[in-house]
Design a protein around this ligand. Structure first.
Ligand SMILES: [Zn+2]
Length: 611
């Protein structure tokens, strides 16, 4: 069941017109070659018809349906080929003319994914939206689909999609709406492990596919932490809006990274060593918390502009600072409350967020809401000049705003209430099966006021809708902590450097570099940019020594006691030039330092609610 303002009329006309389900037969036996074969039988009536390939993908907030990956499209009926023509303007639409007497249209095509994006040699993520077309003009709730999936020999599967039968590596799923199908991906692979995350109530499961059997081993404390997280989320929201929940985890260095929310599952694609490597495990815990919180904040409660009735109508991202920002905040709170993170891990994460947002030069020209409205271009926008562009800040700055709101509620209610009370009112209520309850900016204000009367409209307008020269750092100071910089590396910065093989010098000379010395980004307000360095250049030596990560760290560290500028020899295309960076601050990384004049409210935020 979905609650939508639009699409009601479509729902009734469509059901009476085409009550029959379409069938989708997917052959994934070539998954390891990044090729998946799709065959559809679509109920139709004679006359002009437009088929649509899913374009606006829920959770991606953008027209990211990989239309370039659809190849080999053929239409036929009763064995006779039917011609098609792509729309001249809308590249995702295919027009055809159904001959008299035809009631079923056969459609075949192949889905070719980019290598290392959805599959490795040993596992794959099956995303149904990549594997189908539907009759344009019908709501995705009104279309019924009977899907089947043929697996590579000996491979296993996991999905929230209900299974009707299984025979000889072929799965037949129960008939569901197109909405539910697209919301229920399948992970498949040759190495599989399934672990229960709850002993009573609805089923919660950790399903893992990995490139090797060794990668499937996880520490007992990780499992205990994930089980606690299921309890903590229930204690936080007070109700669930799913029948069961599955974390669909793929562990591979070649299967692509992923984090995509669904009502009753999440796709969590991480590296092969995510359970064993210390930094990757911390990152994994946050991914689990983030995608799980989305079942409530994003899938159940969804901004009205993102609650579209099909996959062809554009989405509006203006409230993504709630959809992603609040989720980003809860994605840090939940691992800390569950013991997957220590209190120090939580503080390091908030310090990194606060420092990064405060040092975004792009915040001088665009309000936070503009990064959300711009979502269809902000994800694919280049990394070069990211600090000046201000890319998807609705995530991290959103998390600071919600921490700020949390502390305000706690302070004004003398510790009796918190953002948990907002979440219970907004996302809780009765336990239900998956449904969508859209909301507006006013609904947010009203619920905040029900929890704690305050001028929330001005509070949010100042932080979201106006250009704000500074990040909302009151979120840190009101919590009893101070943002400070020391020469000790920050844990979150280390996690990011490990993941992208980078050297983050954002808070010293103002550069983000690849491990080979390539400049990924510069901060236009800091020393490296002022000396003339820009993204796209490559550092080949520092203070007369050949580039290495050790050499650059050493040069930054010794700048504190030197009066001479740091000398960078830089390659720009086929030319070399020397840049003198006038910097003397040593290594600088953000941390939180306790302010003993104030109560430690940040510590209260991450206290377990379930234990
Ligand atoms: Zn998210």
């Amino acid at each position: 069941m979905r609650i939508l303002c639009i699409g009601i009329l479509l729902f009734f006309t469509s059901v009476s017109a085409l009550a029959q389900a379409m069938t989708l037969s997917v052959d994934a036996t070539d998954a390891a070659r990044n090729m998946i074969h799709s065959k559809l039988a679509i109920p139709v009536r004679p006359g002009p018809l437009t088929l649509f390939y899913p374009k606006w993908i829920p959770g991606e907030h953008s027209p990211t349906g990989p239309i370039n990956d659809l190849v080999g499209l053929k239409l036929s009926a009763g064995g006779k080929s039917i011609a098609w023509r792509r729309d001249d303007v809308e590249m995702f639409a295919f027009h055809c003319d159904i001959p008299p007497g035809v009631t079923v249209l056969d459609v075949t095509f192949d889905d070719l994914s980019q290598p290392e994006s959805t599959a490795s040699a040993k596992l794959a993520r099956i995303k149904w939206n990549r594997l189908l077309v539907y009759v344009q003009g019908m709501s995705s709730d009104a279309i019924s689909v009977k899907a089947s999936l043929k697996l590579p020999a000996g491979w296993h599967f996991a999905s929230a999609l209900p299974v009707a039968g299984e025979r000889n590596d072929e799965l037949q799923f129960k008939e569901v709406s197109l909405t539910q199908l697209v919301d229920s991906p399948v992970i498949i692979g040759s190495n599989f492990r399934k672990l229960s995350l709850s002993s009573n109530g609805p089923m919660h499961e950790l399903d893992i596919m990995a490139d090797t059997t060794a990668a499937l081993e996880l520490k007992p404390e990780t499992l205990t932490g994930l089980r606690s997280m299921v309890q903590e989320a229930y204690a936080l929201f007070g109700a669930r809006h799913y029948r069961s929940y599955q974390f669909l985890v793929t562990l591979s260095d070649h299967g692509g990274s992923e984090g995509l929310e669904h009502h009753e599952s999440s796709e969590d694609g991480v590296g092969e060593k995510a359970f064993t490597e210390e930094l990757e495990l911390l990152d994994f815990a946050e991914l689990m918390g983030h995608e799980y919180a989305h079942s409530w904040n994003g899938k159940y409660r969804r901004p009205a502009g993102l609650a579209t009735p099909d996959f062809d109508q554009p989405m509006k991202g203006e409230l993504l600072w709630v959809y992603e920002g609040l989720t980003q905040y809860l994605g840090k709170v939940l691992p800390a409350r569950s013991g997957l993170w220590s209190a120090e891990d939580f503080r390091e994460a908030m310090a990194a967020v606060a420092a990064e947002m405060e040092n975004q030069s792009g915040r001088q020209w665009r309000p936070l809401v503009d990064t959300a409205i711009d979502v269809q271009w902000s994800y694919p926008s280049p990394r070069a000049w990211m600090n000046y562009r201000r890319r998807v800040d609705y995530y991290d700055e959103g998390s600071l705003i919600w921490l700020d709101a949390d502390l305000l509620i706690r302070t004004r209610s003398n510790g009796k209430l918190s953002l948990d009370d907002f979440c219970k009112r907004f996302h809780g209520g009765q336990d239900t099966a998956p449904m969508v309850k859209p909301y507006t900016f006013d609904d947010i204000i009203n619920t905040l006021n029900e929890v704690t009367p305050y001028d929330w409209r001005s509070f949010l307008n100042a932080r979201v809708n106006a250009v704000a020269p500074h990040a909302p750092l009151a979120a840190i100071t009101n919590g009893g902590w101070k943002l400070v910089y020391t020469d000790k590396p920050n844990t979150e910065v280390r996690i990011a450097d490990h993941a992208r093989k980078s050297v983050d010098l954002s808070y010293s000379v103002g550069m983000l570099l690849k491990e080979d010395g390539s400049v990924m980004d510069v901060n236009p307000d800091l020393a490296a940019f002022k000396a003339g360095i820009a993204p796209g250049m490559k550092i080949i030596s520092v203070n007369g020594r050949t580039w290495s990560t050790d050499v650059v760290h050493e040069a930054i560290a010794s700048s504190r006691t030197s009066t001479a500028p740091i000398e960078f020899v830089v390659e720009n295309g086929s030319f070399q030039e020397t840049y003198k960076v006038n910097y003397h601050g040593g290594e600088r990384y953000p941390h939180l330092e306790r302010d003993s004049t104030k109560p430690d409210i940040l510590g209260q935020v991450i206290k377990s609610r379930a234990r």
